[in-house]
Write a protein that binds this ligand. Structure first.
Ligand code: HEM
Length: 446
């Protein structure tokens, strides 16, 4: 009885500080187009190659038991068990993000989480932050559009969001963006249905994914990339490392490279999904991190969070362990398992594991000023383009969604500040939201 009670008392571990609510499944990625001209990564070499993988989809802000159908960005995190070790793409169902400075990430998330005193989530907090962060207008427009409430994890696109670097065997470098196009079609929920489902089935998206896979209706995505030559990327009219913006598909069209299929449910949700640890720093030779400041912050953030959430040896947990032998000189620590014997220092004369020269990072030539400097001050043109791409009906629903959310803000100055941002994206966009909120148009028009 003591053992049982003691173990029971220790069943809970910290939930993810963000993306706590989610669901995952296993499957594979099959390459249909050999990409070895652009990257030496084995996963992208040899058409037909199948690589096992695991995916986890999630909400961003809510806690582990939060309703699935609340308006939020959805996480789209993928771990590929490649023959060279694990490669993670930790993206979202949106091609851009709210901020581009990692210093602002905890502040952004605090504005989405619970108020310190009321312990409630607050429209005032989130719109206060957004209205003071003009770089967020593009992503706020996506979040308030139909795509803010997907009808199913199976029916949304995924994006790597950042621009990454590919390097081929000749040492030539390319910039790359990942797109995962759902083969089930994009479907979203109306506000009314989302509210109804939140009451009827808190785990609606999780159950939908599980049930589809359980009945053999395997979801799949067409994987495509945009490839930008190295120099052209550096000279592109906009900063291609600014994650608040997309790269035009007219300039760099999508190239289809494969299919991703999810065909197996977790065997044990705790071991397969809760212990799953993604990181944008899990890279393989031929894929490197770009000089994107937000991504550079993420390279640190995830593994640090996972050492806290799962312990120092979290990479030895079965779901995080590569499916190929791992050799390194890490030793011991809490819950260490499967340690190699042999010398644990390097260099050594005992024929211990050696660094693989071909895995060395290629690196970039850098010049300029270091420091904490503002990013590209063009905050609005991307949101302008997006607004004008929407159909009339989609625009109507966008305005209505902003009215429903921004309309709950209690401080008029926050509403006014946000509407000023929308005006700068497109005066019609701002005017329509101002009218929907019954704000005096004179304060924006002059
Ligand atoms: C989860 C940090 C931006 C997508 C997490 C976690 C942390 C974190 C600490 C929890 C990790 C864990 O406990 O396993 C950050 C920081 C960011 C940032 C510091 C910016 C500086 C982004 C962006 C995206 C993203 C731009 C997408 C493009 C995700 C996803 C998860 C996640 C999908 C959930 C992974 C899972 O399913 O386990 N983030 N994040 N994050 N983040 Fe971020």
């Amino acid at each position: 009885m003591l053992e049982k009670l003691a173990h029971f008392n220790r069943e809970r571990i910290p939930e993810r500080v963000v993306h706590a609510k989610g669901a995952g499944a296993k499957g594979y990625f099959q390459l249909t187009k050999d990409m070895s001209a652009y990257t030496k990564a084995a996963i992208f070499s040899g058409a037909g190659k199948k690589t096992p993988m695991i995916a986890r989809f999630s909400q961003v802000a809510g806690e582990a038991g939060y309703p699935d159908t609340y308006r939020d960005v959805r996480g789209f995190a993928l771990k590929f068990y490649t023959e060279e070790g694990n490669y993670d793409i930790v993206g979202n169902n949106t091609p851009v993000f709210f901020v581009n400075d990692p210093l602002k990430f905890p502040d952004f998330i605090h504005s989405q989480k619970r108020d310190l005193r009321t312990h409630a989530r607050s429209q005032d907090m989130q719109w206060d932050f957004w209205s003071l962060s003009p770089e967020s207008v593009h992503q706020v427009t996506i979040l308030m559009s139909d795509r803010g409430i997907p009808a199913s994890y199976r029916m949304m696109h995924g994006y790597g969001s950042h621009t990454f670097k590919w390097v081929n065997t000749a040492g030539e470098q390319f910039w790359v963006k990942y797109h995962f196009k759902t083969n089930q079609g994009v479907h979203n929920l109306s506000n009314e249905l989302a509210v109804e489902l939140a009451g009827k089935d808190t785990d609606y998206l999780q159950n939908d994914l599980f049930d589809a896979i359980e009945t053999g209706d395997y979801p799949s995505w067409t994987v495509a990339v945009q490839i930008v030559p190295y120099e052209a990327g550096l000279n592109y009219p906009q900063d291609i490392f600014d994650v608040t913006k997309v790269i035009s598909q007219k300039d760099y069209p999508l190239i289809e490279i494969g299919q991703m299929v999810l065909d197996e449910n977790p065997t044990n949700n705790f071991e397969d999904i809760e212990e799953l640890a993604f990181s944008p720093a899990n890279l393989v030779p031929g894929i490197e991190a770009p000089p994107d400041k937000l991504l550079q912050g993420r390279l640190f953030g995830y593994k640090d969070a996972e050492r806290y959430r799962l312990g120092a040896n979290y990479e030895q947990l079965p779901v995080n362990r590569p499916k190929v032998p791992v050799h390194n000189y890490e030793r011991d620590g809490i819950m260490a398992q499967n340690q190699e014997t042999g010398v644990n220092y390097e260099p050594n004369s005992e024929d211990g594991p050696k660094e693989v020269p071909s895995a060395k990072i290629h690196g970039d030539q850098l010049s300029g000023q270091t420091g904490n400097y503002p990013a590209d001050p063009d905050y609005y043109s991307a949101a302008d383009k997006l607004y004008n791409l929407l159909t009339d009906e989609e625009q109507d629903r966008l305005i209505e969604n902003i009215r429903l959310n921004l309309g709950q803000v209690t401080k008029p100055e926050i509403q006014i500040r946000e509407v000023k941002q929308l005006y700068q994206a497109d005066p019609e966009y701002g005017r329509r939201v101002a009218t929907a909120l019954n704000l005096d148009l004179n304060q924006f028009e002059h």
